[in-house]
Design a protein around this ligand. Sequence first.
Ligand code: NI
Length: 402
Amino acid sequence: MVTASPTLHDAIDEILPGLVADRRHLHEHPELGMQEVETAKFVAARLAQLGVEDIRTGVANTGVTGLIRGTGSGPGGAKVLLVRADMDALPIEEENDVEYRSQTPGIMHACGHDGHTAMLLATARLLTGRRDEFAGTVKLVFQPSEEMPPGGARPMIDAGVLEDPRVDAALGLHLAQEQPLGTIAAAAGPTMAAADMFFMTIKGKGGHGAMPHTTVDPIVAGAQIVSALQTIVSRERDPLTPAVVTVGAFLAGSAPNVIPDTATLRGTVRSFSADERQRLADRIRELSSGIATAMGAEVELDYVFGYPATSSAAEMVEIVNAAATEVVGAENVLVKVPTMGGEDMSYFLNEVPGAFFHVGSRNPERGLVWGHHHPKFDIDEAALGIGVEVMVASVLRYFATA
Ligand code: NI
């Protein structure tokens, strides 16, 4: 039985300075989704140094993959475990005054993906040094463009990343600024929502604001539609099954005395299952076109399905929780409370059983409290070592028990 021995913990302490340096290098040089050219070069060079096999670059634009083949013996010998990190930054101007501040104006690693990339490199470093401690193959996946739907995971799957060799299971993590440093959180089932969008045009007939009887007012129809959409969640669904319908934009007209021809609504819709997701889309279509028709207007609806819900498999969560218990203690292994945020790790988890776990990085004592996507976002870097230790221990445990 392979476990996270004190040796692994000592090894983390040893590599932590390098891990922090990598994260800071990436933080200083952020790149937006599908443009992670320098990041991918950095990653590929590191993997080559480590002796990672079968390094492939340019996978779905800027993605990088590599293999680490274990030489140990054990039940997981034929298994392939995918471990994924996302690499992209956000179009945000950094407001932190730190020595590793972003050097690219208007772009910042404000979600922690710099940390994820550095952590997967450190995971590779530890696993290449421990090939004799596991049987099986680790497939490292550095993914582009998590922040920008349609994302980088789906194109990587389309490019064949789950084949050659065929992947049996997947692990991924996210730094979590809402979670205290030293905690790990995971849960079986969906923990992050499906994130869909709609773009609606209500077509009426414009005219003089003083002669409404000669027009079809798209603003009034739009207002009715906005109100009616609120009843989908509040009146039609089980209150114990969460969902969100938000109209985030209502654009129409410009003059006080003119009824415009059209009004535009844009919204986001979040849910946790494929069925619910489809039902919400159907109801938004039915309600909006029904109301528009009743008022003499027409609706054009562009409904965009984004990332599906992120759902972990119970047996993989068990592996992560057992590993996390060794690293941070049972009292710091939390049950992940679902959030309405979206994540394209979901595409991997829809194809193979896997787990996505959250690594606490919040430290109020050091003022590290700003949330993801905030211009002052910054993590407690001690979280990097904890996350790597849990990830390596989970990988070893997977192959020992697979
Ligand atoms: Ni993120």
